[in-house]
Design a protein around this ligand. Structure first.
Ligand SMILES: [Zn+2]
Length: 77
């Protein structure tokens, strides 16, 4: 039985279960392909079998800077 695994080393990655709301911080994660879905092996939740937590990406992960539009097109009369 071949299992595809990708090991990643994070400084710290936070995970949250969208089922029961439990959170977990992991410094090392192993991403495995499970039923056509990439899941983090260490983030398996205890509330339900086969339930995996989702990674929480904080602001530093956000590659999309919030666009603040300062339009100076208003003309003062
Ligand atoms: Zn859970």
């Amino acid at each position: 039985m071949g299992v595809t695994e990708i090991s990643k080393k994070y400084i710290m990655a936070d995970f949250k279960c969208n089922e029961c709301g439990a959170t977990r911080s992991l410094s090392k994660t192993t991403t495995v392909l499970r039923e056509k879905e990439w899941v983090v092996k260490e983030a398996e939740c205890t509330c339900k079998e086969g339930k995996y937590m989702d990674q929480i990406f904080d602001d530093s992960y956000n590659g999309m800077p919030s666009l603040i539009r300062t339009e100076e097109s208003l003309t003062k009369n």
